[in-house]
Write a protein that binds this ligand. Structure first.
Ligand SMILES: O=C(CO)[C@H](O)[C@H](O)COP(=O)(O)O
Ligand SMILES: [Fe+2]
Length: 217
């Protein structure tokens, strides 16, 4: 087990003080800042979009890991790259032409991720696993922060790890939703590389310390 990449989700931050929240993350052991984009169509909630991502980027000294929970992501990836995204993740369920979407993201110079809803089998990524930098396994149904972690995630992580190693690929496994101190170690033992944590970090009394604890779990 190697040291995990920790990506706090800004969705759970205080939006009225976004600069202060980003500066807090700058001063923490967070590796990336996870930015959740929701369109109210692919998921039943709207978060924020390109100008807010740009504002986060202007204050951040860490890579932005942009999670697009939107339909037709191909219409927006260039704008998110321009707004500062380094990693762009699209949903398998939103992309009938997933291979093309992945190439588009990589051609822009970004790392490409693919997210899977809880019901989507990891085997569906076998034919693109060599092409992608990261798989984001959703451990809650996308659309809201603060939900309960789905236990079936461990099985998916183990299955995906095997697919990645059989392919000789270096794809990272990210876990998104309901991550906390109680499930982090088991997720890493199962093969996860990146832990996203929103409410667990931002609703804690000392977010910097909470991030450090996740980093060394
Ligand atoms: O993509 C997401 C929701 O769709 C969020 O990244 C995720 O929910 C993280 O928040 P929390 O740690 O509070 O569950
Ligand atoms: Fe997310």
């Amino acid at each position: 087990m190697t040291t995990p990449i920790i990506a706090p989700s800004i969705l759970a931050a205080d939006f009225a003080n976004i600069q202060r929240e980003v500066e807090m993350l700058n001063n923490s052991e967070a590796d990336w800042i996870h930015v959740d984009i929701m369109d109210g169509i692919f998921v039943p909630n709207i978060s924020f979009g390109i100008p807010v991502t740009q504002a986060i980027h202007e204050h951040a000294n860490k890579p932005l890991d942009v999670h697009l929970m939107i339909e037709k992501p191909e219409n927006y990836v260039q704008a998110f790259k321009k707004a500062g995204a380094e990693i762009i993740t699209v949903h398998y369920e939103a992309c009938p032409h997933l291979h093309r979407n992945i190439q588009q993201i990589k051609d822009l110079g970004c790392k490409a991720g693919v997210a899977l809803n809880p019901h989507t089998n990891v085997q569906l990524l076998e034919d693109v696993i060599q092409d992608i930098d990261m798989v984001c396994i959703m451990s809650v149904n996308p659309g809201f922060g603060g939900q309960k972690f789905i236990e079936n995630t461990y099985k998916k992580v183990r299955q995906l790890k095997e697919i990645i190693s059989d392919a000789g690929a270096t794809t990272l496994i990210e876990i998104d939703g309901g991550v906390n101190q109680d499930n982090a170690k088991d997720l890493l033992d199962a093969g996860a590389d990146v832990l996203v944590a929103g409410s667990f970090v931002f609703s804690s009394e000392d977010p910097i310390n909470t991030i450090s604890k996740l980093k060394t779990v």
